[in-house]
Write a protein that binds this ligand. Structure first.
Ligand SMILES: [Ca+2]
Length: 494
């Protein structure tokens, strides 16, 4: 039995222990695994590789397999045919916090920042533990290719202790910051650098730089995969696109019925195809989990009409407190482990990737801090009856708690327009006069307030809100579970 000592995914722990105690032969074991429809894991198996393909501001609708009628995405669609589509995958409403959540497996309001501050674009404290650090500890080669945006800073003034190389990544190639402001479609007011590890390659990315960025990142990603094909690797490929200012190679310009935004997505789809092709060529396909998702919803504002995406059928957009801000397309593919052509409607989050990858890599999770993410392997492998491990998901915008979802129910808290605790993004948040309740199973568009019909649900969800305020905090108070590493805990968010 020593050769087959790891529980096959999809098999219950009880059946596994029974099989072990019965001293079944390897052949019988394989039979059991066949019955569960998935391959058993040998103790000697090489650990899986992980690729997180992270796009920037791509809306829920902006991919063929999530319903876009205008944008052609054969590679993302093929990923969904060969893998699992997640229809209730939640991130954070804007770039920095979304990256912080993915990196740490925690709500951004929980994580520590330098000098005990809380920035609207989270700056990760060096003592926070990232998914890259967790995996590097068990021998993974790690690369961050693309946008970092977790170090704050302006123009050549980035603290090296906050950059990817100090946060668990062996290799960094990309932009330290976002590629532009969403106030304008161009980048006249601000241009970011392009860096390789600690070295600045270009001091200000111009339009040519933007146009070639997706292709350049793809080449970098392929090189990293090839260089590390014999070991286990974690590739965090965080494309800057389709955040404005948009850029696409000349081969992709003018191809899409959705204008330049569509061209940009089609090039991202090409990039995914290149990554998948490389994994196949190298024989790594069966041993690599690839996750495709976006960091937040699409930026929809009048002056960006032709440069932003669509969250249809969801209500809202990037920064808003509705579904369209935090619910994004997500596909996971891992042949042999994730059943093909399947859809998971259970609520999962980007915070779940850290604990899930840690489990697969047989890495130890930090035991000195709270993680909000949960292991979602049972959902990914299609275990019968598997349910979301989350009792609830909280909708924070910067410091403000706007809503909570539990199961099919979503409770929205009253707020003024442009509410306190939302900083510069408040202009994207509308007023809500009373507590509202939506059934997301029957009303994905959040149109029919059912608060009056279901007071018991309102009451249950309000208790979750109270718990979140106590543990995570909000603009009015510091949560007990919020982390501070630089001296005494502050008593208010100031
Ligand atoms: Ca973004």
């Amino acid at each position: 039995m020593s050769h087959w000592c790891t529980k096959p995914y999809g098999m219950s722990r009880r059946s596994f222990l029974k099989a072990v105690s019965a001293g079944l032969t390897a052949a019988t074991w394989r039979g059991l695994a066949r019955a569960t429809g998935v391959r058993p894991v040998r103790a000697s198996d090489k650990k899986p590789n992980f690729v997180i393909f992270f796009t920037d501001d791509q809306g829920y609708n902006d991919v063929g397999c999530f319903g876009s009628p205008f944008i052609r995405t054969p590679n993302f669609d093929n990923m969904a045919r060969e893998g699992m589509k997640f229809t209730s995958f939640y991130v954070q409403p804007v770039c920095g916090p979304s990256r912080a959540a993915l990196m740490t497996g925690c709500y951004p309001i929980r994580v520590a920042e330098p000098r005990n501050k809380k920035n609207q674009h989270t700056i990760l404290h060096p003592s926070e533990i990232t998914i890259a650090e967790v995996l590097k500890n068990v021998g993974y080669a790690t690369a961050s290719i693309g946008k970092w945006h977790l170090a704050g800073g302006r123009k050549n003034k980035y603290e090296s202790r906050l950059m990817p190389n100090a946060q668990g990544f062996d290799y960094f190639f990309g932009t330290p910051l976002h590629n532009g402001y969403t106030r304008t479609v161009d980048h006249k007011s601000f241009k970011t650098q392009l860096m390789r590890n600690g070295r600045i390659l270009k001091d200000a990315l111009d339009q040519d730089g933007m146009d070639s960025l997706t292709k350049t990142y793809t080449e970098e990603a392929i090189k990293f995969i090839r260089d590390n094909k014999n070991g286990s690797f974690f590739l965090y490929l965080a494309h800057n696109m389709p955040h404005v200012p948009l850029g696409a190679s000349k081969e992709f310009r003018g191809r899409s019925r959705r204008g330049l935004y569509g061209d940009v997505i089609e090039e991202l789809d090409w990039s995914a195809g290149q990554i998948l092709g490389t994994l196949k060529d190298l024989g790594l396909d069966d041993n690599t989990l690839i996750v495709f998702t976006s960091d937040n919803g699409p930026w929809i504002e009048a002056h960006l009409r032709d440069y932003g995406g669509s969250a249809s059928p969801l209500r809202g957009w990037k920064m808003s407190a509705w579904e369209g801000g935090l619910r994004v397309p997500c596909v996971m593919r891992w042949p042999g482990r994730i059943p093909g052509n399947t859809v998971c409607h259970e609520m999962v989050t980007s915070m779940d990737l850290l604990p899930t990858c840690a489990e697969l890599a047989r890495a130890t999770l930090p035991d000195d801090r709270i993680l909000d993410g949960k292991n979602i392997l049972s959902l990914m492998t299609g275990e019968p009856g598997a349910m979301s491990p989350h009792e609830a998901f909280c909708f924070y915008n910067y410091l403000r708690l706007n809503a909570v979802r539990s199961g099919k129910w979503k409770l929205v808290l009253p707020r003024p327009a442009n509410p306190p605790g939302t900083g510069w993004s408040g202009r994207m948040i509308d007023a809500v006069d009373t507590v509202q309740l939506y059934n997301l199973e029957t009303d994905i568009e959040e149109r029919y307030d059912l608060a009056d019909q279901h007071p018991e649900v309102v009451s249950r969800l309000m208790k979750i809100i109270d718990g979140a305020r106590e543990n995570l905090g909000d603009h009015a108070g510091i949560g007990k579970g919020a982390r501070f590493f630089d001296g005494p805990r502050p008593t208010s968010r100031g």
